[in-house]
Design a protein around this ligand. Structure first.
Ligand SMILES: *Cc1c(COP(=O)(O)O)cnc(C)c1O
Length: 366
C-alpha cells in the first residue's frame, strides 16, 4: 500500500492520491516527450497549455466573470500580502483591514509599510469571533477593504461576504478556503492565496483580479509582484514555478471531476459537522474556543482535557494518533492544542477514522 498516512496538516497539505499517481506516471517523460515537465521551457507549447488550462479551470470552477484576470505568481501567501498593498494602496494611500486572526494581522502589518492601514475594529485580545458589522468603522476613501476568508491558524471563517457599503474594492485572502465553497467573484476586487492548502503544492500563488484594478501599482513595486506586468505576460514574465502550476492544474481537474466547488462544499460541510458534533458530544473533554457562528469548516482547532487544555494529554493524543498514522494534528505553535485541517483531499472516511480515534482516546484517558 505504501502511503496510507492520514495527513491532517494545515499546509502544505494532503493532495489527492490519484493526482500524485498521475504526476508520478509522467514525471520522467511528459506526454511521450522523453523529458520531464520540470525540464521544459516555461515558454514551450507544453507549458503554455498547462498555464492556460489552469487559468481556464479556475475560471470554470468559480464562474469568474470576463472582466477578471487569473494570474499566477510566486512568493507565497506573504508575497500576496505585500503585492496587494504595492499594487493597490496608492489609489488613495490608505486601506481598511478586518483582522480576525493571525494571517489578516500579518497582512495588515505588511500593508502598513506602504500606506496607512485602518483596522475596522480594534484588535481582539483573543481571536475567535467577528464583531458585528454595525460596529465596524469603514473609510469611504479606502483603496480597498481587506479580509482573510478563513483564518487557518485560528479556525475562524467568515460565514458571509463582509458588508462593503462604500463599494471599495474588496480583497480576500482565500489561501485555505479557495475551492471549498462557491463564491460570487463579482463582489471582489482581488481574491488571492497560496495553492498549498487546497489546490496544489507550495510554490504558486493564484490571483483573481478585476481588470480595472490593474495599471496603477506603486513605483517601488517589484516587477515580480507587479500584477500589471504579470498580467501582460500571461504569468510568464519570469520563470514561474512550472512544476507547481502543472500539479495545481491536475488538482483543479480533479475538483472538476469530483463535483466542482458545489461538490467540495457539500463534503466540507459534512466533514466539519461530523467533527464539531464529536466535540459537542464529548461533555467538554474536547473543546473548541471559537464562536459557534464563525467556526471554520476547514481548520478545526480544539483542546483536549477541558477548556484550557491539558498539555500532557494533548502530547499523548498526538503520540497515539501517530501510532495510527494520523499526522500533522498539532495546533499552530502560537495557539497550542490540536488542529485538524479538512481540506478537499481529506475524505469523509478519513474524518470518520479521526473521530473513532478521538472517542476511543476519551474513553481511555478520562
Ligand atoms: C498559509 C497561509 C498564508 C501564508 O502562506 P505562505 O505561503 O506560507 O506565505 C497566508 N494566509 C492564509 C490564509 C494561509 O492559510
Amino acid at each position: 500500500m505504501g502511503n496510507t498516512a492520514l495527513n491532517f496538516g494545515a499546509g502544505p497539505a494532503k493532495l489527492p492520491r490519484e493526482v500524485l499517481e498521475d504526476v508520478q506516471s509522467e514525471l520522467l517523460s511528459f506526454q511521450k516527450s522523453g523529458m520531464s515537465i520540470m525540464e521544459m521551457s516555461h515558454r514551450s507549447k507544453e507549458y503554455s497549455k498547462i498555464n492556460n488550462d489552469a487559468q481556464a479551470a479556475i475560471r470554470k470552477l468559480l464562474n469568474v466573470p470576463d472582466n477578471y484576470r487569473v494570474l499566477f505568481m510566486q512568493g507565497g501567501g506573504l508575497g500576496g500580502f505585500a503585492a496587494v498593498a504595492l499594487n493597490l494602496i496608492n489609489r488613495t494611500g490608505s486601506a481598511d483591514y478586518i483582522v480576525t486572526g493571525t494571517w489578516s494581522n500579518v497582512a495588515a502589518k505588511e500593508a502598513a509599510k506602504y500606506g496607512k492601514v485602518n483596522l475596522v475594529y480594534p484588535l481582539a485580545d483573543k481571536p475567535g469571533s467577528i464583531p458585528d458589522q454595525s460596529s465596524w468603522t469603514l473609510n469611504p476613501d479606502a483603496s480597498y477593504l481587506y479580509y482573510c476568508d478563513n483564518e487557518t491558524v485560528d479556525g475562524v471563517e467568515f460565514p458571509f461576504i463582509p458588508n462593503n457599503p462604500h463599494n471599495v474594492p474588496l480583497v480576500a485572502d482565500m489561501s485555505s478556503s479557495i475551492m471549498t465553497k462557491a463564491v460570487d467573484v463579482s463582489k471582489f476586487g482581488v481574491i488571492f492565496g497560496g495553492a498549498q492548502k487546497n489546490i496544489g503544492p507550495a510554490g504558486v500563488v493564484f490571483v483573481i483580479i478585476r481588470e480595472d484594478l490593474l495599471g496603477k501599482p506603486m513605483d517601488m513595486c517589484p516587477t515580480i509582484l507587479n500584477f500589471t506586468h504579470i498580467n501582460k505576460s500571461n504569468s510568464v514574465h519570469n520563470t514561474p514555478a512550472t512544476l507547481s502550476v502543472y500539479i495545481m492544474e491536475k488538482v483543479l481537474q480533479w475538483i472538476i471531476k469530483n463535483g466542482g466547488v458545489e461538490g467540495m462544499q457539500k463534503q466540507s460541510l459534512e466533514k466539519s459537522n461530523l467533527l464539531y458534533q464529536t466535540l459537542a458530544n464529548s461533555n467538554g473533554y474536547y473543546s473548541c474556543p471559537i464562536d459557534q457562528n464563525v467556526r471554520s469548516r476547514i481548520n478545526i482547532p480544539f483542546r483536549v482535557g477541558g477548556e484550557k487544555g491539558n498539555e500532557e494529554l494533548e502530547a499523548k493524543f498526538l503520540e497515539e494518533a501517530e501510532k495510527l498514522k494520523m499526522y500533522q494534528l498539532k495546533g499552530h505553535r502560537s495557539v497550542g492544542g490540536i488542529r485538524a485541517s479538512l481540506y478537499n483531499a481529506i475524505s469523509k472516511q478519513d474524518v470518520s477514522l479521526l473521530i473513532k480515534f478521538m472517542e476511543e482516546f476519551q474513553r481511555a484517558h478520562s
